[in-house]
Ligand binder design. Sequence first.
Ligand code: ZID
Length: 231
Amino acid sequence: GRRALVAGVADDNGFGFAIAKALAAAGASVCVATWPPALNIFLNLIERGKIDDSRRLADGSLMTFERIYPLDATFDTLADAPEEIRTNKRYAERGDFSIEGLATQLVADFGEKPLDIVVHSLANGPEVKKPLLEVSRHGYLAAVSASAYSMVSMVQRLGPLLRPGGSFSSLTYMASERVIPGYGGGMSSAKAALESDTRTLAFEAGRKFGARVNVISAGPYASRAASAIGI
Ligand code: ZID
């Protein structure tokens, strides 16, 4: 069977959950990766049965996640995380939550070539409510780091874990190409980078790993992230 990793699932409201469910319905084993600050809440929702209705598949069974990994995609290695993050309660209890840590754990759990499908369904822009004219350098770079470089780093580190014919996908928004007021904080810039990088990564990772790399430009969906900016 195929195994998928969906990065960016912390509740049953977002694209990541819906994609995970579609993959499970199609017969894949699904692992997810969750931002450490949201992980406890997510595990509680599952444990208490609060998202059982959302987990129900057409055949009546409940979708299960093979693994739920901690992931902060702004860190490539654990050493990249600053002291105050590494010692933060939500992070400290989780082991290696970096992208490299995720790759290492996947190999430890399933062997050298554990994956067929990787979905990047995460983004973060701390100043998303500010128009570009008011965005700080820090906010802009944070948006690009979490929302675009995270994909580059995931392809670098998870590419070697893909079986032949494997694929990467991510999600973008049209504000990369057109002016859409309200999608600020450098998020439009981050999505433009993500889309451009997808072309270059498809070229490079196709040759290096035999992997496909695609990005889907999504329509509006009232996820937690989108609700924060009034979508
Ligand atoms: P979501 O909140 O379900 O998923 C985002 C996830 O990212 C959350 O689980 C966060 O915990 C996680 N996350 C944040 N920072 C980090 C980090 N550093 N490391 C690891 N995880 C982290 O929201 P979602 O489903 O909206 O987002 C999934 C993807 O879809 C993101 O790439 C979005 O940018 C993208 N997307 C969403 C929408 C939308 O409407 N929900 C649109 C386009 C793309 C969109 O904004 N008209 C208006 C707006 C839009 C489309 C059309």
